[in-house]
Design a protein around this ligand. Structure first.
Ligand code: ADP
Ligand code: MG
Length: 697
């Protein structure tokens, strides 16, 4: 790297310091008011901002701009326009107006809307989100935007996220005011997402239809070596990976993404990227960028990045840990235990609000991570189970128990010594992260939600987290505002929440079978698959919650439910068809050829040496024939069921049919095929094996 990191960091972002440098003072001040306090922006200011952005971008050789948005596909979308405007004399000017900055009109009809637009005209518009910075990506000025229909429905992932952040802000401020805080102007949630992914050699990738079409292997027998050794790659790929990581960091830094750690994960060929946390909205945009960059830069180094949750059977899949907290505009983390007893009670109240929210809305949290890919991980002894619970750590658990049961705490102090004058012991919180098996772990000053899948946008997850916690804070604020005596009401409330909701707290091994039984005894939900979880979205009390907070309207919930169910069906439908194709056109013909060779050898051996049995050839031919038969019958069954699936029209019926039939058919077909791989001549096998993909051999 020729330039220092400090020089390149954020060089492609129209960030606060760039704004300060390039905008007239009054314009900068007005824009900050919009960014910080959500005040509307007038046209004059928008024009001035657009002009400064254009000048800044032109200096960097940029010719186009795009409204960058996040439709419900989970990936980002852009439509490029150039700055060119005819100047009237056969020449052109480079122009970019406030109007173009603020609003755009992409063709909305090609994005999923779950019926939201079907009956209306296919028109939607994108609107600038000034709380996320504009940036330059591949020579294009990208304006982060929200995407909505002209009827006012959110057609994207960003709009509800911003609404959910508003909800948290409103409710958390009510709580802070009750504690006498009149300074704090706004409260935002913060997120640091840890992103896992696999890297495979591109030359093998293109020979596997399953990877190309679905991002995961649908066949494949485990290599002799799995993830037991924790070492990565042999030979040349190692240096390629190192070069890739250096470039990835550099490119992320230029975009202002604070990529902090890059390291190898447990599984072979698996890696992780973690940025330093920032506000949820920005963290979401940056995670989308990180996923895009990981894929693009891998290609430049002759590799393909797999973001799928379960690319390989038999080794760990990939997740995305969503580290989440709430903080004030002055940077106080509300989940950080304080130095004074009073601060500690406030901390305990926020903690109680979260405990209540997670217990009451297990369904919503579970469905926020429900995808076809993630179903392979959750509960598979490599990721948290499908059961939601909270890990608190021993110290906090002791505090919570003492409050709940009115017991002494630690060195025989009462947690609440006097009603009215709070004497709360200092809370010693161990920040080490000792329980990797918990789906939702308190890690000292934040919660780490460990269930999300690696390919998911974190927008939806955080919409749910923010919403359920905002609603819990709302109920708490209602109760406390109405109470005649704040201090005593506070104590009673915290105690009753811990009494009512402590079933959700579990510090033990989340991977164990005992926990599954114990959780059932506690009455916790265990929603194993996506179609089990998603229907909870449209429960009346959940729709009411989202409407109450102004996060989703009823129509928006129903449309999202439909889109998510359809996405599940579509993904598995493609996987099933890919399996049929590979089995029919690649695996079975290759095995037939191998069988033919064996048969020839058996015959010629018999002729040459009638008394010497061809043991290897005969046994292998017998096994292969048996497995081929099995593979063929299971293939037929899968084909028939895929036809049934595709003749159905109801999306719910389809999703349940996929869960109950197609997935089992796929497993049944894979099994004999993987055994066939084990006995077939390696030279005859039609596509690269796990050994090649994971270790390069
Ligand atoms: P590890 O999980 O490896 O122990 P850390 O706990 O330091 O690492 O952080 C993991 C992620 O959590 C990082 O992305 C970090 O920026 C993020 N994080 C730390 N503090 C907060 C916070 N207050 N809010 C949100 N994310 C946070
Ligand atoms: Mg972590």
């Amino acid at each position: 790297m020729e330039k220092q990191v400090t020089e390149i960091f954020g060089e492609n972002v129209f960030d606060d310091s760039t704004m300060r440098q390039t905008l007239p003072k009054d314009v900068y001040k007005e824009l900050r008011k919009t960014i910080d306090d959500g005040l509307p922006l007038n046209r004059k200011i928008a024009d001035a901002v657009a002009h400064a952005m254009k000048v800044w971008a032109l200096e960097k050789g940029v010719t186009h701009f795009t409204h960058w948005f996040q439709p419900m596909t989970g990936v980002t979308a852009e439509k490029h326009d150039s700055f060119i405007t005819p100047a009237g004399n056969g020449k052109v000017l480079m122009e970019f107006s406030g109007k173009e900055l603020i609003k755009g009109e992409p063709d909305a009809s090609s994005f999923p809307s779950g019926g939201l637009r079907a009956t209306f005209e296919a028109r939607g518009y994108t609107a600038w989100d000034p709380t996320s910075n504009a940036f330059i990506k591949e020579g294009v000025l990208c304006i982060p935007t929200a995407f909505a229909s002209y009827t006012g429905h959110a057609l994207d992932k960003k709009t509800p996220l911003l609404r959910s952040m508003d909800a948290i802000n409103t409710q958390a401020l009510r709580i802070l005011r009750l504690f006498g805080d009149n300074q704090t102007r706004s409260v935002k949630t913060t997120v640091g997402p840890e992103q896992e992914y696999f890297l495979v050699d591109e030359k093998y990738f293109w020979d596997r239809k399953d990877l190309v079409y679905t991002g995961r292997t649908l066949f494949g027998s485990m290599a002799p070596k799995g993830q037991e050794m924790e070492d990565h790659y042999f030979g040349t790929i190692k240096s390629r990976v190192q070069k890739f990581m250096t470039e990835l960091d550099e490119e992320l830094w230029k975009l202002g993404v604070t990529s902090k750690t890059e390291h190898n994960e447990v599984a072979p060929a698996q890696h992780e990227m973690a940025p330093i946390f920032t506000t949820t909205n920005l963290a979401t945009d940056q995670n989308q960028l990180a996923m895009e960059l990981i894929q693009r830069i891998a290609k430049k180094h002759g590799m393909v990045a797999l973001l799928h949750e379960k690319p390989f059977d038999g080794i760990n899949g990939s997740g995305k840990h969503n580290n989440w907290s709430i903080s004030t505009d002055s940077g106080d983390n509300l989940l950080e235990p304080g130095d004074t007893p009073y601060e500690n009670i406030q901390f305990l109240l926020f903690l109680a609000a979260i405990v209540k929210a997670v217990d009451e809305h297990q369904d919503l949290l579970r469905l926020s991570v429900a995808t076809a890919g993630n179903d392979h991980r959750l509960g598979a002894n490599e990721a948290p189970p499908a059961i939601i619970s909270i890990f608190m750590g021993d110290e906090l658990e002791e505090v919570i128990e003492a409050i709940r049961d009115d017991k002494d705490y630690g060195n025989h102090e009462k947690i609440f010594m006097n009603i009215g004058t709070d004497v709360l012991p200092n809370l010693p919180i161990d920040t080490t992260d000792r329980n990797r098996t918990s789906p939702f772990a308190f890690t000292g000053n934040k919660f780490e939600f460990r269930m999300p899948g690696s390919a998911q946008s974190i927008a939806g997850i955080n919409v749910i987290l923010n919403s359920v916690i905002a609603d819990s804070l709302r109920e708490i604020a209602d109760a406390l505002e109405a109470a005649p005596d704040f201090d005593s009401a506070l104590h009673v409330l915290i105690q009753s929440i811990f009494q009512d909701h402590s079933r959700i707290i579990f510090n033990g091994n989340g991977y164990s079978d005992e926990w599954v039984k114990e959780a059932q005894n506690r009455g916790l939900l265990n929603l194993k698959t996506t179609p089990d979880a998603l229907p909870y979205f449209k429960n009346e009390e959940n729709i009411a919650l989202f409407e109450r907070l102004g996060v989703f309207s009823r129509e928006e919930v129903l449309s999202r439910y439909e889109i998510l169910m359809e996405e599940y069906v579509n993904l598995i439908n493609i996987e099933a068809k890919t399996m049929v194709n590979m089995a029919k056109k690649e695996i079975l013909p290759a095995v037939a050829g191998f069988e033919g060779k064996l048969a020839d050898i058996i015959l010629s051996k018999k002729e040459a040496m009638p008394d010497l049995p061809a043991v290897y050839e005969t046994r292998t031919l017998e096994d292969a024939s048996e497995l081929t038969k099995k593979a063929y019958y299971t293939l037929e069954k899968l084909e028939t069921d895929v036809a049934v699936l595709n003749s159905m029209s109801d999306f719910e019926e389809k999703a349940f049919f996929v869960r109950d039939h197609i997935l089992a058919d796929m497993e049944a077909l894979r099994e004999p095929c993987d055994f066939l791989e084990d006995i077939t001549d390696a030279k005859e096998w039609p596509f690269p094996t796990y050994g090649k993909l994971l270790f390069g051999i």
